[in-house]
Design a binder for this molecule. Sequence first.
Ligand code: HEC
Ligand code: HEC
Ligand code: HEC
Ligand code: HEC
Ligand code: HEC
Length: 177
Amino acid sequence: MPEQPVPFSHQLHVGRLGMDCTYCHQHVFQSPHATVPSAQVCMNCHNPRKANVKGNSPLLTLIRESYETGKPVAWKRVHKLPEYAYFNHAVHVNKGVSCVSCHGPVNEMPMVRHDQPLSMGWCLQCHHEPEKHLRPVEQVTNLSWKPDGNKPRLDIGYDIKQQLQVQAPMHCQGCHR
Ligand code: HEC
Ligand code: HEC
Ligand code: HEC
Ligand code: HEC
Ligand code: HEC
């Protein structure tokens, strides 16, 4: 859990204010990379001349500077695979794998930390039995989703696996290209 240059809290913005992941991680359903938002996105609310939510807060000095200069905020990467392993966000989230399966309850985190090992054995464990983790695609960013009704979680997973023809690679070249 690295110390970040700006004390941005997912617990506040997602957990309390109810913002969706895609408000800030805009490309996660379209692109291999989830990407971290530019200061412009923060300034939708924190601009002292517009919405002015805490517009003059000293905690947001670096955001205001970045907005003015165009120089990105130097966020520290929390999750990073080695170069030789291939990963793709869009493929996973469009098949009903939630952020929570890989990043844990980010909506409860004042600071993002590593929740899962991201090791090869861990990747393969889910690829072997993805049905345990699948949920309706529209619930992927709802980290506290629970099935309603009486249908067991695993049956929902099997249904989605079949509907979306989920096939997670187990062969080496799937992830080492
Ligand atoms: C208001 C904007 C905003 C929203 C909404 C948001 N995030 Fe973030 N997220 C950020 C920023 C800024 C960072 C970089 C700073 C940090 O790591 O805390 C970040 C970092 C992350 C990281 C760590 C990235 C890395 O370096 O490895 C993860 C994982 C993450 N967010 C997941 C989520 C999930 C899951 C949701 C929805 C439940 C979400 N975020 C919603 C702004 C947002
Ligand atoms: C949709 C509106 C909205 C967006 C977009 C937004 N925030 Fe916020 N943010 C808030 C609200 C509301 C608060 C709580 C204000 C309060 O406590 O009165 C807040 C509080 C904060 C605080 C604490 C400020 C203080 O002085 O207590 C920080 C730091 C912060 N946000 C960072 C960010 C960053 C970084 C981004 C962009 C990645 C961002 N916010 C995007 C609405 C937003
Ligand atoms: C199947 C596992 C998995 C799922 C699902 C997943 N992530 Fe990630 N995420 C990762 C891995 C692995 C990395 C590191 C990627 C790398 O180093 O190339 C990462 C990195 C990130 C980063 C850092 C920037 C980047 O793209 O590398 C952000 C932000 C992030 N994830 C947000 C999200 C959000 C938001 C969701 C849900 C909408 C999500 N992730 C779903 C595994 C996952
Ligand atoms: C919680 C479950 C889960 C975890 C954890 C997970 N995956 Fe996957 N992965 C899936 C599913 C489901 C698919 C199948 C997508 C499909 O059918 O298109 C998939 C597909 C893939 C693909 C195929 C992409 C393509 O372009 O065809 C790659 C590569 C991949 N995963 C890499 C990884 C790596 C690397 C990790 C570990 C860092 C990882 N996955 C962790 C569930 C998971
Ligand atoms: C689902 C994705 C996935 C598949 C399939 C996969 N790997 Fe990996 N592999 C990874 C990831 C992710 C890492 C990096 C793990 C880390 O950083 O701890 C890795 C690391 C490695 C390493 C580095 C040494 C180590 O253990 O840290 C070797 C060697 C390797 N894989 C070989 C293979 C071989 C051989 C196969 C086929 C039998 C294979 N991998 C299949 C995802 C995968």
